[in-house]
Structures are given as C-alpha cells and as structure tokens.
Ligand binder design. Structure first.
Ligand code: URP
Ligand code: ZN
Ligand code: ZN
Length: 486
C-alpha cells in the first residue's frame, strides 16, 4: 500500500496498550499499524519518541463572554494554536447562552467565531442559562440534532445559575435525547454569604477568594447535582472537582450504578491556595472557581486520579490577561470579588501531567492517554474517530519526546496571555509534532496549520452502555404518574 505518511520506529500508547509499531496514514486516516512499513510519500522518524493519540481538551473557554461579560483573551485561532502546541488535536470549548439569547443565535455566533479560525477540529458544549419552554422543547433538540450532545449548567454565578427545577428540565431533556449534562457545582448562597461577610470586614485581598468559596459549597452542590440527576436517571459530569469529599461522592455514585462522572484540572493538582498569598494584585492571577485548595486536598485528588474517580483531566483554560482587559478590569488593585475567574493552561495541561504523573510513576502512560484523550472522546461521542490510535481512526497524533526538558515561561506559550500560573516550572516530556487528520499542525517547533483548517465535529449521543437505568419510583412509567410526568 502507498501511504501519504508513515511514523516510523516510535512507541505507541493507547488507553490500553503500549507497543512498538509504525503508523501508516492514508487520506487522513490510520490505515496500518505494523513493523517496517514501506512506500510512504513522507516519513517521520519517531525513534526514541512516544506516539500518542492527540489530546482532546474538553473544558476550555475560548472566545466566550464570562458571567460578567468579560471576553476571554483567546479566540479560536490563538486558543487552538496554544492547544496544539500542548499536544492536543481536538478542542471542545463552550458556547454560552446568556439570559435572553436564543440558542439558535448562540450556535450561529460560535460557528462564526470558530469556523474561520480554529486550526484544530472542534465542537462545543452548550451552556444553558435561560431554559425557557422554547429552549427546552425546540432549541435543545435542534442543537442535539446538529451534533452538540452535551449541555452545561451552572449552580452558581447570579447571571448563569439555573434553579434546581430548571436543572431537572434540562436533565430530563438531555436524557430523552441522549445528551450528557455537565455542571459547575458550587452552592451560590454559601459563596455570596461568605463574600458579603469578608468584604464587609475589609478582607478583599485575593487570598480571600479561596476562603469565600468553601469546600462545603462544592460538596453541597455536588450532592444536590447527583441527587437531581439520579432522580431522573440522567448522566451528569461534575466538572473541575476540587475537593476530596466531592470526589468521594462522585466515586460512590458510580459505585451505586449511577451515571455520574468527574473531572479535575491541573490547577487543583499542581497549585495551592497559598499561591493566592502573593502581594496584590499578583494574587489575582490565581483566582479561579472553584478556588485552589490546600496540600492535603491536593494529595487526595492525586489519589482519586490514581483510583479512577475522574474520567477527565481538563485545563479549564479561562484566559483573562493581567491588565485592564482582564484581571484588572475593575482597577489596578481590585477586591477579589471583582476579579474575572479563571486562569490559562491549555498548553500546559498534558505536559504537566506527563512530567509529574507519568515520569514520577504516579500514573501509567495508558492512564495518561485515557485522561488526556480517550475518555473525553468516549464521553463526548467522538470515539473511535478521535481519542485512539487504531485502524480507521483519524490520524490525530501527538509525538512526544519523553526526554525533552523545558522551563515554563509566559513568552514560551502560544496563547494570547501575558502570564502563566506555571511560570518557572521545569517539565520533562514535550509534544514535538501534532497531526490532525494526517496533516502537520505543529512540527519542529513551528506552526504548520492555517486558520480555519479545523472541522466542526458532529458528535454522537452519550453512550449509556454499562450503566443501570433506574428512575425514581415516582417517575417509573409503570407507576400511576410516571408516564404522565415524563
Ligand atoms: O474560574 C473559572 N473556572 N472560570 C471559568 C468559568 C468556569 O467556572 O468554569
Ligand atoms: Zn466552572
Ligand atoms: Zn470552566
């Protein structure tokens, strides 16, 4: 067979296996995995390198207005380029419905933002903040039919929060169509109550951001989210879990057969609340929600990662520059409650986990692949097209040099940011080549892709195979009311 490209001599890792083979690529698809493949128009020598499925970054905020209206600093060009330099070949950011907006308009707006700009294949999760009858009955089904098979809700932020009742409407609709609901789980009232008291007493420095988002607020909301989802037998993904107790609830729910999944992020594994202690306004760089926690919690989250509690490890890249367009938009030394929440990290997500997780023996290479790529492909309906190295899959591949050591700097990143929370970190292992459908995106330290090269991914429904179906008794169609209520 004549190949367009052969990757020769590397060590391939998937979520289940590590083996040595060449990869033969034809028309953007992996068509052969074997030793000594010949007849290639182009060859990459991967001797001494790792050949991994391209990362799938499934939690990132790109060209998105926040709850307060602040626009992220990255658009689909800079965001996807930065993702590619960090070893990713697919991104799934959010398309956010703000109150009063129709979902149809939101989808059009995000198509316009993404299609001409993304260098990587992409989809969106739809954020629902205004679940009117029309949204629930017409627009979510339409979005689903267009291949957007995940919806996100917020249990906090005054401008995005949905009530429990609204969340049930969304969960039931998602269940009916086969979509996966994602949730930012923090108790809004507990946070507002804490913020009010702290600010009243003049505690406005960045370090009080962590105090104002207590662990109990996350645990309460996770409990409630799981209860609501399980009541109507809908799958639910709790994003950016930052507490041991919250993670335990996720693990326990799955043990009970419930379709509950968890995600954690680099900031909760690598940074701590003490990072907020830097003299103001420096500490604002580390304000994100949920906030950074303490050393004990960080250790517990690593154990959850090792024990399989989390299906996903995502950046939650929410880039706001350290200037008047971003973190300092409320003044040069803003109180913590007026600081845009979020930090950048799309490029450092996978390298940090490789260096600190794989090379330090905390997780296996296959677990790394699962957490950075395969599990996202499965949960979000793009597997096995994406997320693995197999015959028939898209040739979305990241070639890693496991020995390359780099010191992280903001200038070295390819996002549109002026800081990185990981400044000065030394990491070993770096993605040196990234292919998307067999085409070079990053190679020899250079960008090879053009804006708009990425394609929209029409995603499949959430796959419930392997989970029990158990509606609350009152909703069971066999009961007196169940059929009428659902
Ligand atoms: O602080 C964060 N994570 N900001 C981004 C929006 C969100 O809550 O995910
Ligand atoms: Zn969130
Ligand atoms: Zn987020």
């Amino acid at each position: 067979m004549q190949f367009d490209l052969v990757i020769r001599g590397g060590k391939i890792a998937t979520a289940s296996d590590v083996f040595e083979a060449d990869v033969g690529i034809k028309d953007g698809i992996i068509t052969a995995l074997a030793r000594d493949l010949q007849n290639a128009a182009d060859v990459i020598d991967a001797t001494g390198k790792l050949v991994l499925p391209g990362g799938i970054e499934s939690h990132c905020h790109i060209a998105q207005e926040s709850a307060t209206g602040a626009m992220t600093s990255d658009d689909y060009y800079s965001g996807s380029v930065s993702a590619a330099f960090g070893g990713n070949s697919t991104i799934i950011p959010f398309a956010a419905q703000h109150r009063g907006q129709s979902v149809r308009d939101v989808m059009r707006i995000y198509d316009d933002r993404a299609a001409p700009n993304s260098v990587l294949d992409y989809s969106y999760h739809l954020i629902i903040s205004d679940p009117t009858d029309k949204v629930i009955k017409e627009e979510l089904p339409e979005a689903f039919a267009a291949g957007i098979t995940s919806f996100k809700v917020f249990m906090t932020y005054d401008k995005l929060i949905v009530s429990d009742e609204q969340m049930l409407d969304i969960l039931v609709t998602a269940r009916e169509y086969g979509a996966l609901t994602m949730v930012h789980a923090e108790n809004n009232a507990m946070i507002k109550w804490m913020v009010g008291r702290l600010v009243d007493k003049g505690h406005t420095q960045a370090r009080y951001h962590a105090v104002s988002h207590p662990e109990a607020a996350e645990v309460e909301a996770i409990n409630r989210g799981i209860s609501l989802a399980s009541f109507v037998d809908a799958p639910l993904l709790i994003v950016h879990v930052s507490t041991d107790a919250g993670a335990r609830r996720v693990a326990e729910a799955r043990l009970n057969g419930q379709k509950i999944f968890g995600e954690t992020c680099p900031q909760y594994l690598f940074l701590e609340a003490s990072d907020l202690d830097r003299p103001d306004p420096e500490g604002t760089k580390f304000c994100c929600s949920p906030p950074l926690r303490n050393t004990e919690t960080q250790k517990a989250l690593w154990r959850h990662l090792q024990a399989g509690t989390f299906h996903l490890y995502s950046s939650d890249h929410a880039p706001y520059r350290f200037d008047e367009t971003g973190k300092l938009s409320s003044g040069p030394n803003p109180p913590f409650n007026k600081v845009a929440n979020g930090m950048p990290g799309i490029e450092m997500r996978a390298p940090l986990l490789f260096s600190e997780g794989v090379l330090k023996g905390r997780i296996s290479l296959s677990t790394f692949v699962a957490l950075t790529s395969t599990n996202a492909a499965r949960l979000f309906g793009i597997h096995p097209k994406k997320g693995t190295i197999a015959i028939g899959s898209d040739a979305d591949i990241a070639i890693w040099d496991p020995d390359e050591t780099r010191v992280v700097t903001a200038q070295g990143m390819h996002d549109n940011m002026d800081y990185t929370p990981f400044e000065g970190w030394q990491v070993t292992g770096w993605p040196v080549t990234v292919l998307s459908r067999g085409k070079y995106v990053v190679h020899d330290g250079e960008l090879k892709a053009k804006a708009g090269q990425g394609q929209f991914l029409k995603r499949a429904p959430f796959d419930t195979t392997g989970y029990t179906t158990e509606l609350a008794g009152e909703l069971n169609p066999a009961s007196n009311f169940g059929a009428q209520i659902l």
